[in-house]
Design a binder for this molecule. Structure first.
Ligand code: CIR
Length: 253
């Protein structure tokens, strides 16, 4: 169960964020409104929310998930692969100091964005992507092992981050789309397939037995409901324009 989530307020420069989506420029006001509702949805799952102030120096900084991996035993501050995002880690360190005794840090030449890391109990799957390299993934695995956990790597083919296409919903249930549906490493899970036409909805988050999913994906919603979960729809259309989704918008621990 999670007790806390950390979020970072979207900045006005969000409009300058990285994007390959080709869905247009996000509307700042709408993004702020959607972010408020996202926070309300998290709270309705019983977590306390720590909200960090916006930082105009980093257009993508609202996607705070990429800046740190929070485990029950340690926090790992990443080293984002996107050069424009590298300084985002300075904004998360102070809040982590209040919650963790052991804080580790990924070092050059390693790069890691934690949207590439999926927690399944004490094992962590680490996507090798354009943002997370083998040197970074190996550092993550060494740190996890030092703290009694394990990690393994998954090669990504198409998606930005591992959790762009897969979400662990606990109880051995894995929501998956595209390249992950038939991935050999994931066949031990109960795969809940998200059709390619609703691929964006594979980025959901399990929060204390409820599942937050993006608004407007009825097939995915039905599949998750059929698997026994209460779902909460959240409109994140402005963040989708920047290739971001529900998981990217918070750190949960
Ligand atoms: C980026 O390209 O880095 C941002 N525009 C989106 C980051 C999304 N984060 C995530 O999937 N964990």
């Amino acid at each position: 169960m999670f007790s806390t989530a950390i979020v970072k307020t979207p900045c006005e420069n969000l409009t300058e964020g990285l994007s390959a989506a080709n869905l247009g420029i996000p509307n700042y006001r709408r993004a702020r409104e959607q972010h408020k509702k996202y926070i309300a949805a998290l709270k309705s799952c019983g977590v306390g929310v720590i909200q960090l102030a916006a930082d105009e120096a980093y257009p993508d900084s609202t996607f705070i998930e990429d800046a740190a991996l929070l485990t029950p035993h340690c926090a790992i501050i990443t080293r984002p692969g996107a050069p424009s995002r590298r300084g985002e880690i300075d904004g998360v360190r102070p809040v982590l100091d209040n919650h963790y005794q052991d804080i580790e840090q990924i070092q050059a030449p390693g790069t890691v964005e934690a949207g590439d890391i999926m927690m399944v109990g004490s094992h962590y799957y680490i996507g090798l992507s354009e943002r997370t390299n083998p040197a970074g993934a190996n550092q993550v695995i060494d740190i996890l092992e030092k703290h009694g956990m394990t990690g393994s790597m998954i090669e990504l083919k198409k998606v930005l981050h591992l959790k762009t296409g897969v979400a662990y919903l606990e109880h051995n249930n894995l929501l998956a789309s595209g390249e992950f549906v038939t991935h050999p490493d994931f066949q031990k899970f109960n795969i809940i397939e998200v059709d390619a036409s609703e691929g964006y909805a594979a980025n959901c988050i399990w929060v204390n037995e409820k599942v937050l999913l993006p608004q407007g994906y009825p097939g995915a919603r039905n599949a998750i409901t059929r698997a026994g979960y209460e779902t909460i729809e959240v409109d994140v259309s402005e963040f989708k324009k920047l290739d971001g989704g529900l998981s990217c918008l918070s750190l949960r621990f």
